[in-house]
Design a protein around this ligand. Sequence first.
Ligand code: DLZ
Length: 214
Amino acid sequence: MSDPTIKGLPPPPTKFDGSNFRIAIVHARWNDAIIKSLVEGTINKLKEQGVKQENIVVKSVPGSYELPFATKQLIEAGKIQSSNAAPSMIASTTNLLSLIDNTTSQPSTEKKTDNASNSGPLTKPFDAIIPIGCLIKGSTMHFEYICDAVTHGLMKVQLETGTPVIFGVLTALNDDQALERAGIGRTEKGKGHNHGEDWGLAAVELAAQNQDWS
Ligand code: DLZ
């Protein structure tokens, strides 16, 4: 008998082909273990959908609050290059991108090829961006303000730029909720489902639809 669970992402109506897509993941470094698992789950699904390793760019920022800015910069870097903008414009955008820290150890996709000082891979357009963060509620109102700002910021970026932006941000009330949604839960409920997998699938689906519909 099939699983009676009604929550979660059902399989897509068709399998989307990601073999021609370039996807950027930009992740926060706060709550490191959770982030690592989410990024890994995302990359695994992207590859399962055919996205090539060399077309997955991974960048990092300190916290989730920085995700909307970094997402916008990544999208604009690609668009400026592809629209033959003046070299000075390209330089100024890649300078801004160098604010994005890529020095921490990340899954193997984040290697020298996507160094921010190398404008090559960054300045080719991305078909979708997956910002990944994990906000865990503390004792002040900080959580509520950042959740609100990041959610609206990411939505604004995708509507303004026309590039699909996935909502890869966990907003958890406690550590266990976050761990469970990263597939590394430690309660009697089990490890849980890695939501990064859903984000990888959503990115390929949205990139394909964006191509068909625009
Ligand atoms: C400051 C802060 C706190 C308290 N909690 C989190 C969190 O749970 N998840 C997260 O991604 N970032 C957190 N941050 C950092 C902010 O997102 C941001 O990096 C700083 O306020 C600097 O702008």
